[in-house]
Every structure is written in C-alpha cells, then in structure tokens.
Design a protein around this ligand. Sequence first.
Ligand code: AMP
Length: 280
Amino acid sequence: MLISRNVNALVDQLEGMVSSGLTIGFVPTMGALHDGHLSLVEKARSDCDIVVVSVFVNPTQFNEQKDLDNYPRNEHNDEKLLRQVDCDVMFAPAVTEIYPTEHRPEFELNGLDATMEGAHRPGHFNGVVQVVDRLFHIVKPDKAYFGQKDFQQLAIIRYSMKNLGHRTEVVACPTVREVNGLARSSRNQLLSDSARKKAGILYQELLAAKACFRTEDSNRSIEDRACTRIKEAGFELDYFMIVDPVNLAPLAELEKGQAIACVAARIEGVRLIDNLMLFG
Ligand code: AMP
C-alpha cells in the first residue's frame, strides 16, 4: 500500500495508473477507521482496479473547536486496517496540503442544508462540500463511496458534485451497526460502556417508527413518541424527524410515500446521528 501525503505526487501517480486504463474507487474518511468505513473500502475493492482512501480530519466542517480537538485520530491503526482490506493508496495529507490558502468558497446547496444537521451545525455542509470537491479534483475517481449513515451528507454530495461538474459516480453504502444496533461511528469510542449500551435506543426508536409508519395517522405523533423516549433515556435530543428522502423536507401528517426517519442526539457530550428508510 502506498502512503501518500503530497497532492502533486499523488496526482502524478494516479495519472500514470489511469492512462493505462485502470479505474479508481475512492473512499473519503476522517480516519479512526471502523467496520463501517471498511465496508465502503471493500465495496470499492470489488468494483474498481485501484482503491484510494483519504484519511483527513477536515477542519472546515467542524463548527465547534472542541469537537475538532476531541475528534479521535489513530493513523497507525488506520494504516494497519487499510492494509488488511487491500487498499492501494492511503492519502493522509496535512491541512496546508489540502488548503494552501485561507479561501473559503460558499457552495450552493439547493436548500438541502436548511434542515437537520445543516440547521444544527451552521457551515458544516459547506465545509464537507469544500473538502470533497478538493479531493475529487485531486483523485479524479470513477466512483466514490459514501455511507447512508450520513444520509443528509450523501444527498448534498450527490447534488453538489454533479452541480460542480464532477463525473464521479456517487455510490451509497448501507449502515454498519454494533450488536445493539448503534450505528458504527468514530465517535463511539468516546462513549463510556454504559452510554454505548444505552445508545442502542436510537436504532430501536427508528425501528419503532418504521413499525407504526404504515398504520399511524400522524407522522408527528410517531416523532413525538420517539423524542420523549430518547430524552427519557438520558439523551439531549437535537431532532427526530420524518422527512422526504429526496428534498429532505419534513413530511406532512398523512403522506405515506417515500420517507426516512433521521435522528441526532447527544450523550456524554458525544453527538450521534442515525436514520432509517421507513418506506420506499
Ligand atoms: P467519516 O470518517 O465519519 O467522515 O466517514 C467516512 C465515510 O464513512 C462517510 O461516507 C460515512 O457515511 C461512512 N460511514 C461512517 N460510519 C459508517 C457506518 N456505520 N456504516 C457505513 N458507512 C459509514
């Protein structure tokens, strides 16, 4: 496995490979890798000739300095795991390599950032789009792999990368979970054992919403019940919302078309998100 930290060197290396007709599969990550990330790498491995994984904690998508400072980093272990799944290139650049200037462009996100994560984390998605745009320009992947766990991010990346003229196919990958249903996340390692156990409730409530979605009259009552139970379990809740999976708008009471339930809640100061397609 090649470990690359330099943009120009990586561009040269990848250009050499592509000119011989090889396809590139790309998995952007912020490191502290776990089985969720590795499932994306494995999918890329089965689809493409060359697999590139970036490990870069992107400062422009953090809206709290403390969150950025506390974000888990373990490059040594990341390298080991990536070797195990037969990754070809680990790209682990310094911040100045990705952002040689302080320029922070504003991206047009078609209102997809107006709700949920976008509403609770101002500027977050602008930073996500900034880094993915920059990485796509460097790696020029044929396909790039993103987790459905970050559903709003996936919708925004699909929209914005097309809008910015990238030809890369965006591939969505299913959420990998812990035994109790908690979606795997680099942040889970910041939780105590008891909070990690409790956090299974987020998935339990998504499943409960799915179970009554077809029969209940009102999405609002499903949301309210989930909110109450999650708060009673000791979480600070940001939202539990049933939205349209295409435009992310909250779904009116009796609509029973495509729908996805999305949740964000904090425990022990660690913010967790998850979602589940209810129908469609
Ligand atoms: P991150 O390192 O958190 O920025 O995540 C990098 C990529 O891995 C994103 O596309 C995430 O959606 C994806 N990912 C994170 N956790 C999971 C998971 N539990 N299952 C599947 N994909 C995931």
